[in-house]
Ligand binder design. Structure first.
Ligand code: SF4
Length: 473
């Protein structure tokens, strides 16, 4: 089998100031004209972070333009794509085992094409096909816009594997948002990649160097999405706080611009980096509250300064706590959440206890805690003092139990309160609605379908750590 080069779609240079509509049209013209898909069914299996979910939506949109047909069942597909994250767990093994489940489909239909993309594609490249010959094509996070061409090549030369995983480091980040069914609330990418090189994280290797989208493109995207009924956007990036536009606007400027230049009702963002989260941003959030939502995901990773140093996080426990106190004084109603790694190499029992104490001191209403797992290419994977698996598991249980006990009591404060909820879903089986508060709480209540898309008052009748029940008033 031979590897093929595929042609990149040439993207315009930043200095050309091309508008998103034009970019969208150029992709749409290209693929609609080529009719690459001929109606073939495509199924995408996604696991990983929000970035990956967003990427899968983009893949579907691009393939639809090229006349492929999205299907919900791999049995109906002629193209199956696994879009896999490599940040946690054992993603490559998951990919191999999922591909194995399609063996019978491939035996039944030798023309079935199986591809692997996302961070696992960027990371493993051609090794995936060497290990699992059922895979026909592999592509990376920077090659999604070439996907219709990659799939087409795979059909044209069925005996050749197609591998396209190169980064486009020198090209500006000019892609526009492609969302098939945006609904009430949707995501808009503003940055990609990361330059921080935390010692546990594979993202700089699988998503490349950090790039920011042009300011005017983000604004125009949001205006376009609003015309399609979107009321709320979450701007997305590995580290949104280091956004820097070509015209010198930083992240706080961008948020302010979204509020002033569009009429979008709510703006959220994720993810922040504590070292880059600054007072200017806090003040912009306070000034435009509630249109800028009072919810901040601020990953701490560890509550011990020595561990943070070995993680290369760029802040100490004390600096983080000082920032949290500043947030609490400027944004007294802000709700905080965080990410935590337990059992980082060398983490002692005392250092772990610092994490538990920090979690309780900050008062996060939600934590996303994981056991450390070594990732390829990363420094920490080569650290010698790895923590045994049973110790990691025990620490994770202890942390989750301590937080659960705290948050169960804490969220009771919401019971009896009347909160503004943006209704985003109607469940016709239960005749019930759901939506989110500005503090990112999911609320379920009874009501009519025509409330979807509206911001309404809901009285909270029961509050649980991650969801709430209420009634429309
Ligand atoms: S800031 Fe650190 S953890 Fe976050 S994506 Fe970048 S390298 Fe990974």
């Amino acid at each position: 089998m031979q590897n093929q080069e595929t042609h990149s779609i040439s993207e315009p240079q930043a200095s050309q100031q091309v508008q998103p509509q034009f970019l969208f049209k150029s992709l749409s013209d290209k693929y609609e004209k080529d009719n690459i898909g001929h109606g073939k069914g495509v199924y995408i299996s996604t696991y990983g972070c929000q970035m990956n979910v967003n990427d899968s939506d983009r893949m579907y949109a691009l393939l639809e333009m090229a006349n492929f047909t999205p299907v919900n069942d791999p049995e109906q597909a002629e193209v199956i794509i696994i879009n896999a994250c490599s940040v946690r767990e054992k993603p490559v093994h998951k990919v191999y085992s999922e591909v194995g489940t399609y063996r019978k489909l491939k035996e039944r239909n030798p023309n079935l094409k199986i591809g692997v993309g996302g961070c696992v594609g960027s990371q493993e490249k051609g090794k995936l096909i060497d290990q699992q010959p059922l895979i026909d094509f592999v592509f990376g996070t920077d090659n999604i816009d070439s996907l219709p061409e990659i799939v087409a090549k795979s059909f044209i030369n069925p005996n050749d594997s197609v591998i396209e995983t190169q980064f486009r480091h020198r090209e500006p980040y000019m892609v526009e948002t492609l969302v098939r069914n945006p609904g009430v609330s949707t995501f808009v990418n503003i940055t990609k990649g990361c330059d921080n090189f935390c010692t546990f994280c594979v993202v700089p290797y699988t998503r490349g160097r950090e790039k920011s989208r042009p300011y005017s493109h983000v604004i125009d995207d949001i205006k376009n999405l609003m015309q399609r009924g979107v009321k709320e956007v979450t701007v997305l990036g590995q580290n949104v706080n280091s956004y820097k536009s070509e015209c010198g606007k930083d992240f706080a400027d961008l948020l302010e611009g979204i509020v002033l230049e569009t009429e979008v009702e709510r703006v959220r963002y994720t993810t922040s980096h504590p070292k880059d989260f600054d007072e200017k941003l806090m003040k912009v959030m306070a000034k435009y509250n509630p249109r800028i939502c009072e919810y901040i995901h601020l990953p701490i990773q560890s509550g011990n300064s020595e561990v943070l140093k070995r993680m290369n996080r760029g802040y100490t426990r004390e600096e983080y706590l000082a920032k949290v106190n500043q947030i609490k004084s400027i944004l007294p109603n802000a709700v905080l959440s965080t990410d935590i790694i337990v059992g980082f190499p060398g983490e002692t029992e005392e250092q772990f206890k610092d994490t538990v104490s920090l979690v309780l001191e900050v008062g996060y209403e939600t934590i996303y805690a994981f056991k450390y797992s070594p990732r390829p290419f990363t420094k920490a994977a080569r650290f010698e003092d790895q923590v045994p698996e049973d110790v990691k598991s025990r620490r994770l249980d202890e942390l989750l139990a301590a937080h659960d006990q705290w948050t169960r009591e804490e969220v009771k404060k919401y019971e009896g309160q009347v909160l503004k909820v943006l209704v985003d879903q109607f469940d016709d089986k239960r005749n019930s609605l759901s939506g989110r508060t500005t503090q990112n709480k999911n609320v379920f209540f009874l009501g009519e379908k025509d409330l979807v898309g509206k911001i309404i008052d809901v009285k909270i009748t029961k509050a649980f750590p991650s969801t709430m029940r209420g009634e429309v008033i």
